[in-house]
Design a protein around this ligand. Structure first.
Ligand code: MD3
Ligand code: FE
Length: 199
């Protein structure tokens, strides 16, 4: 399209079926300690996506705004650790000299969406973001930070994508979930794991 999305890289099928199943099991176990919850926007509107976090810091949204914090907003407990598989994937794909300190877990049912937005709550906006998709395929939309045309990309189970350079501030969102496209997750749906440098 143009060079404003040059830092967008997609690795289709980066995780084997066995790795996807192992990662699913590890994250579902961690969610026992840090349950999925439904955040609200600063305006008070519930997200259609349910969320939790792994790692030293987690992204939260409530009436007070968007921020990173060290504890689960409902239990008050620290977030569980980021699975080693994801830390290794971060090293292998990003080459960034420091590990991620935040992993947002987004869980989409077949009706969930995420509107176009930019990720700007992190301290160092030059650090990449790495996303791993599990379960149902998503129709992902991405466009340049400055606006204009967007393009649609399917994110399927086991895909990884990295946003760096000019793409780090891209506008992006999830238009829809292709319900029933994967049987990886119990009860269906899609899980997205987003690794970041927050602090
Ligand atoms: C492009 N998540 O958590 S993942 C988010 O599928 C988020 O849950 C979506 O947008 C999801 O903020 C999209 C792909 C992704 C993640 C982070 C990005 C794309 C990005 C950061 C900057 C630009
Ligand atoms: Fe985002």
């Amino acid at each position: 399209l143009d060079d404003s999305l040059d830092g967008f890289r997609l690795w289709p099928g980066r995780l084997t079926a066995a790795d996807q199943a192992q990662l699913r099991d590890q994250v579902l176990a961690a969610l026992e300690a840090a349950p999925l919850y439904r955040p609200v926007t600063p305006g008070g509107r519930p997200f259609s996506v349910r969320m939790s976090n792994l790692g030293p810091l987690g992204w939260v949204s409530d009436r007070a705004g968007y921020r990173y914090q060290a504890v689960h907003p409902e239990t008050g407990a620290p977030w569980p650790p980021i699975p080693q598989m994801l830390l290794t994937l971060w090293d292998d794909l990003t080459g960034w000299p420091a590990p991620p300190d935040a992993c947002l877990v987004n869980l989409y049912d077949a009706d969930a969406r995420m509107g176009l937005h930019q990720d700007k709550d992190e301290r160092d906006l030059t650090a990449p973001v790495l996303s791993v998709s599990l379960g149902d395929t998503a129709v992902f939309r991405i466009g340049a930070a400055g606006g204009g045309r967007t393009r649609s990309v399917r994110l399927a189970s086991g895909d990884a994508c990295m946003l760096s350079g000019p793409a780090r501030l891209a506008r992006h969102g999830i238009d829809r979930i292709l319900g029933g496209s994967s049987s990886l997750l119990p009860g269906g749906g899609r899980m997205n794991l987003t690794l970041r440098r927050a602090a």
